[in-house]
Design a protein around this ligand. Structure first.
Ligand code: AMP
Ligand code: MG
Length: 328
């Protein structure tokens, strides 16, 4: 693995992009302090310039190299960093002036996280500076949770994909911004639900959903109504009895456990389960994007998705399913 880390660092130092595993999904990495390198991330992903990149630091103490933490929230940031970093929590903070504007799409804030993945961390430490890395997929498409999925998304466009196996969380990081309140616990605006759940954040503050924007310059395009979407139309079916198949159409089921009323409702062309048999949300999160890809490539005309319970990790899973199902 050392060789791969060295190769990745050499490319990053040369202003190139490389795909690296993180605990959430594979990221397309570039030197965050090099605007030309950041531009290559946007080009490879066909990402609109208004969609800012997440910046990764290798160690908690490097936060000040990319963000200026205001005194009124520094205690909260320290607590959150101690509890969740390294890990899948992204904080939106005022940016350091040295960070190129292209990285934050001209916003005065930067989205920062500290990945727990050993390969990503090794590259960050070896590079010795911040890494900009959004998910390694084409804009709006399904996030890659394996090296093979990255190659399907970006093969031929980038010089290196470091294979670190399947991503252990499988869903993009939780994104929050922090608001202080006189005499009360801080308010966390949840910009994207993810592996760090509302329940996990609640001991540190009150969690509210950030306002969604649908104009051309959204706060977090991960919040656009349509995102994380397969090419095949996907329908989220809240009740199995509401399923009205059109004659001649081939349907695939994205099932939770691979059994039950949804499976029995129809002669599905293909059934893929998120957590076969056991129905565990953590397993469902890890497998969600892989299963979406398998169904997308299966040749069905429509993917029908079964909802999961909206508690804990289920909130992030349902968020991704709703966006995959949204009209494009
Ligand atoms: P990705 O890593 O591809 O899932 O994309 C990163 C997500 O973080 C996108 O939805 C960005 O819009 C969001 N993001 C990055 N920087 C900021 C910021 N300064 N404020 C709000 N959201 C951000
Ligand atoms: Mg993304």
């Amino acid at each position: 693995m050392n060789e791969a880390v060295e190769a990745a660092c050499a490319l990053l130092r040369a202003g190139e992009v490389v795909a690296l595993p993180t605990e959430t999904v594979y990221g397309l990495a570039a030197d965050a302090l090099n605007p030309e390198a950041a531009a290559k991330v946007f080009a490879a992903k066909e990402r609109p310039s208004f969609d800012p990149l997440i910046v990764h630091i290798a160690r908690r103490r490097e936060l000040s190299s990319v963000a200026c933490v205001p005194a009124e929230i520094s205690g909260t940031v320290e607590k959150l960093a101690a509890a969740f970093w390294p890990g899948p929590l992204t904080l939106i903070l005022p940016k350091q002036p040295e960070l190129p504007d292209i990285v934050t799409s001209g916003l005065p804030t930067v989205a920062v996280r500290c990945s727990a993945h050993p390969v990503f961390r090794a590259v960050g430490k070896e590079l010795g500076g911040p890494i900009a890395a959004p998910s390694a997929n084409r804009f709006g498409r399904i996030s890659p949770t394996s090296a093979a999925a990255v190659i399907k998304e970006l093969g031929g466009r980038i010089p290196l994909v470091v294979d670190g196996g399947a991503c252990p969380e499988g869903l993009e990081s939780t994104i929050v911004s922090i608001e202080t309140r006189e005499g009360k616990k801080p308010l966390f605006h949840l910009h994207r639900a993810g592996p760090v759940t509302k329940e996990m954040l609640q001991p540190f503050g009150k969690v509210v959903k950030a306002k969604e924007k649908t104009g051309d310059a959204p706060h977090a395009p991960g919040q656009l109504p349509s995102h994380y979407a397969p090419v095949t139309p996907l329908v989220l079916l809240e009740n199995p009895d509401d399923f009205k198949p059109e004659p001649g159409k081939r349907y695939g089921l994205l099932s939770y456990r691979g059994e039950g009323p949804y499976v029995e409702r129809h002669e599905w062309e293909v059934v893929e389960a998120l957590s076969p048999g056991s129905g565990k949300l953590a397993e469902a999160a890890i497998r969600l994007f892989h299963v979406m890809r398998v169904l997308d490539e299966s040749g069905v005309d429509c993917i029908v998705a079964e909802p999961v319970s909206e508690t804990g990790l289920g909130v992030a899973i349902m968020d991704r399913l709703r966006r995959a199902a949204a009209e494009r």
